[in-house]
Every structure is written in C-alpha cells, then in structure tokens.
Design a protein around this ligand. Structure first.
Ligand code: FAD
Length: 341
C-alpha cells in the first residue's frame, strides 16, 4: 500500500531511460516515482541525434530540430553520401525531449521529483539528501556513472567518451568522419540543430584518452574553419558495458545498464527502449521480449566490431574503409550502424 515515502517502483534518473520506464509503468497503473538530481529535466551533454529506425518516427514533429535524408560520410580515402526517402537521422533538443517525456509520464500518473540527488540505496530504501523512500522495485536509470550499478557491484570497464562544442550557425549537412589515424576507433561529427550544430568527437576511452580526444577535435575543427573562441567544450562518458538489466527486484536501464552502442555512442533509443522493457518486465515478470533480445544482438555486434578495430590502427583503417565502401555501394544499409530496427 502506498504511504508518503513508499512507492511500488522508484526510478533513479529522469533521462530518457527513466522517463520512458515511468510513463509505461504509470500507464499500467503502477505507482512510480522518478528522482532526478538536476533542477531541470533533460539537460545532457549530447549531440541529440535520433534515428528514424529508432526514435525519430515516434516523436511529434515539433520536437524535431532538423531532419536529414542524406548522411555525409568521410574516411581517409573516401567521401560518400547515403540517402534515403525518410530522414535517416533527425536532431532533437535534449531539454525539449526531456520536457515532453516528463509531461507524458506525469500525465500518466508518475511522480517526478527534480533537484533531488540520490545519495545511497539499500535493499529496501533510497536515500536522498533530505528524504528516505522505500520501494518494492528499484530502477537504476542514472546514466553512465550509475550509483545503482555500483550498489549492485556490477563493474564497468567498457566506456566511451564524447566531447562536443555547440557551434552557432546554420549548418546544412550532417557529417560523420571516420579515420583511425585521427580518431582511433571513433569518429568526428557535425549534427546540425536549429541555429547551431553539435560538433564533436567520440571514441572508446581505452582507445583514446580524453585529453587526446579533445586535441584531435580541436585540430579537426580548425581544419574545417570552425572557431572555438567563446565556446565551452562539453564532455561526458557513455557506458556500453552491458552485463544484464534484471537483478531480482532491481533493474538497470539505458546508460546505467551499458546499453549505448560502443561503436557509435548512440544511446537515446537504447535508453528509451530498455526503460520500456524494464517497465514491461516489472508488470509481467515472465516477459520474454524478443525485440529487446534483437537490440542486445545489435549491441554485441557493435562491440565486437569495435574490439576488432581496436586491435591496431591498420586493421581499423581496413575495416572502416570497407564499411564506408559497403555503404557507398549499398552492400549494407546505414541501419547496420544504428541501434533501432
Ligand atoms: C557528447 C555526446 C554526444 C552524444 N550524442 C548522442 C546522439 O547524437 N544520439 C544518441 O542516441 N546518443 C548520444 N549520446 C548518448 C546519450 O546521450 C546517452 O546514451 C543517453 O542520454 C542515455 O540516456 P539515459 O536515460 O540512460 O541516461 P542520461 O540521459 O544520462 O540520464 C540519466 C539521468 O540520471 C540523473 N542522475 C544521475 N545520477 C543521479 C542520482 N544519484 N540521483 C538522481 N538523479 C541522478 C542525471 O541527472 C540524468 O538526468 C551522446 C553522448 C555524449 C556524451
């Protein structure tokens, strides 16, 4: 029975994973509480790229900043443009996405408390700076440095790092640049939004330390005539060390579960989808979600490719050039790089 400090399910983290989980639980009559440490939902270091096969086609048009039916892909030896009838990737403002998801969850009946950092969890309790809550089910949707994951004693070794600048201007093209000599197993990008673009770089942390990553991004931006004066670098980690999502009555979703793609860093769709999977599992513990299993299969495939590329730069060059060539010749679809279906 619900008392003031008891909730059937407590979700730590009001990112896409936590809010998706809360909305679905609440829609099914489950008493869910989201605890979010930030004062405003949705703020996150992120390029805001959502794929058509993943989330974009499910979002209302007003959330979409820009949509791209063409992807410009560059490597050391090739330049190609992949096109499709539907937008391949659209960009969203993470704060707007967060606000929209939070409204959906609240309207369904979930309780969301912002400005509340969870300091500790126990077998039955959650402690914030000022309160104590008890739960039947606990969901760690608290991002790549998850407190719940640490409480469950699940190690994290496979991490990516992303650095971006929000560069003002009206950018027309969405660009990916893969080149192991510059970015190891990662890539640099331009993801245009309304009147600015996320210009950034991503790589597996073990393949390129953050300091070097930043240096490479600066060089790349200079080469493209982009000025950084007055702009602030934004950096964050991306966890792709998936070791399960269900641990008795405790669950992990999104980055906390390590469900972002190690290859591309795409994590919004896996966060939303895994948040919903956690909700469905809480509602029906016997659930065997085939779509989630397919997501895990893609995740493993991305990690395996990343491992092979990580053997040495020469091999990475060979593989990434083959990948760009295969995309150019339409042997594989861009979708192979995406986490959606
Ligand atoms: C530079 C960069 C660019 C990226 N670009 C893309 C992209 O273009 N497309 C894409 O799909 N993915 C991208 N990602 C990855 C994507 O941002 C994440 O994978 C995604 O946000 C994960 O969602 P989540 O809900 O699991 O976690 P998060 O979005 O990190 O949300 C976790 C929430 O938990 C809260 N929290 C954490 N600890 C506590 C605590 N103790 N108490 C209370 N609240 C807590 C945080 O404040 C946060 O709101 C990018 C990442 C980076 C770093």
């Amino acid at each position: 029975m619900k008392s003031r400090n008891h909730f059937h399910t407590i979700i730590i983290g009001g990112g896409p994973a936590g809010l998706a989980c809360a909305a679905l639980l609440a829609e099914n009559g489950v008493d869910a509480l989201v605890l979010e440490r930030s004062s405003r939902i949705g703020r996150k270091v992120c390029a805001g790229g959502v794929t058509w096969s993943g989330l974009a086609r499910h979002l209302p048009a007003e959330l979409i900043e820009k949509s791209f039916t063409r992807q410009h892909i560059r490597s050391a030896l090739q330049k190609t443009v992949i096109s499709s009838e539907n937008p391949i990737i659209s960009t969203v403002n993470r704060e707007n996405l967060g606000r929209w998801m939070a409204e959906k969850a609240s309207q369904a009946g979930a309780t969301i408390i912002t400005n509340t950092q969870v300091r500790a969890v126990t077998e039955k309790e959650v402690y914030t700076t000022s309160s104590r809550f008890t739960y039947d089910f606990l969901v760690g949707a608290d991002g790549s440095n998850s407190l719940v994951r640490r409480f469950l004693k699940i190690p994290t070794t496979l991490m990516g790092a992303g650095i971006q600048y929000q560069v003002p201007g009206n950018f027309a093209e969405m660009i990916w640049h893969l080149d192991p000599k510059q970015f190891a197993t990662g890539y640099a990008w331009i993801f245009p939004h309304g009147n600015w673009a996320s210009v950034g770089i991503y790589a597996k942390r073990a393949d390129m330390p953050p300091g070097k990553l930043k240096e490479k991004l600066h060089l790349w931006m200079s080469k493209h005539g982009m000025k950084r004066k007055g702009l602030q670098a934004q950096a964050a980690t991306i966890n792709f060390d998936y070791r399960g999502y269900r641990f008795g009555n405790r669950f992990l979703a999104g980055d906390a579960a390590g469900l972002a793609s190690g290859l591309t860093g795409e994590g919004i769709y896996p966060a939303v989808f895994s948040g919903e999977t956690v909700a469905r599992t809480i509602i029906d513990p016997a659930l065997n979600d085939l779509k989630f299993l397919r997501l895990l299969k893609k995740h493993r495939r991305h990690s395996r490719l990343l491992d092979i590329c990580g053997i040495n730069n020469h091999l990475a060059g060979l593989i990434l050039e083959s990948l760009v060539g295969a995309l150019r010749m339409k042997i594989i679809r861009f979708n192979a790089l995406e986490m959606g279906e």
